[in-house]
Design a protein around this ligand. Structure first.
Ligand SMILES: [Zn+2]
Length: 222
């Protein structure tokens, strides 16, 4: 099978528009190394790209993505832990100042957990992985919420659970307690493009940049 034409076209567009503008920045980053101040832990979902949503330039965001933006708890065992490795590098080597867990609406991983979806392969890797959000589900009573509202509630709780799990990493917990690293939860509304940030004291997700959002749709677009 050939290399996807979509990627060749996209790379050509990058060469025509973005690389000439960013060339010197790429050179500088190659020589001096990357120094991103913000680490984002996001979902694999193709609609929720942190670099697109936050309009990031090369070298600005240190990103790790997995199914449903989960941070597994600290587990210093013989296993291979991808998120923990990224955290170790982001915190220990890059010394990021912020860690943002970016969740989103209509998350397929959260939905699979709720619906107890049939495994897609004998390994049932999604099932195993999504069980990491069981503590979030345990704290989220279904009550008489509609299925859609319950999913949203769980997507929110899953972000909070990932933030709680960050605190299980001893070095990271110390840095957070000392105020050297800020941790944040954010939630992207895929259909609307709205962004919400978690207020950890109240547990509520509050819309940010609502004015800029309104402005974006105010002016005639053509
Ligand atoms: Zn997702």
């Amino acid at each position: 099978m050939d290399f996807p034409q979509r990627l060749i076209d996209g790379y050509s567009a990058f060469l025509a528009a973005r690389l000439p503008v960013e060339q010197s920045r790429y050179r500088e980053l190659a020589e001096t190394g990357q120094h991103p101040e913000i680490m984002v832990i996001g979902c694999c979902d193709s609609r929720v790209s942190p670099e697109v949503i936050f309009d990031a330039r090369p070298g600005e965001l240190f990103v790790v993505r997995n199914v449903a933006n989960i941070v597994p708890p600290y587990a210093p065992d013989e296993g291979a832990h991808g998120v923990s490795a990224a955290l170790e590098f982001g915190v220990g080597a890059l010394r990021v100042k912020h860690i943002v867990v970016l969740g989103h609406a209509r998350c397929g991983g959260v939905k699979a957990f709720v619906e107890e979806a049939e495994p897609l392969s004998p390994g049932d890797f999604i099932g195993q992985w999504m069980r990491l959000m069981a503590p979030a589900a345990a704290k989220t009573p279904r009550g008489d919420l509609s299925p859609a509202d319950y999913l949203t509630r769980l997507e929110h709780a899953n972000i909070a659970n990932s933030l709680d799990n960050l605190m299980t990493f001893p070095l990271l917990a110390r840095l957070i307690e000392k105020g050297k690293i800020g941790v944040h939860g954010a939630y992207f509304g895929v259909a609307t493009g709205e962004l919400y940030v978690l207020d950890r004291s109240s547990g509520a997700f509050t819309r940010i940049a609502a004015e800029a959002y309104a402005k974006a749709f105010q002016a005639p677009r053509f």
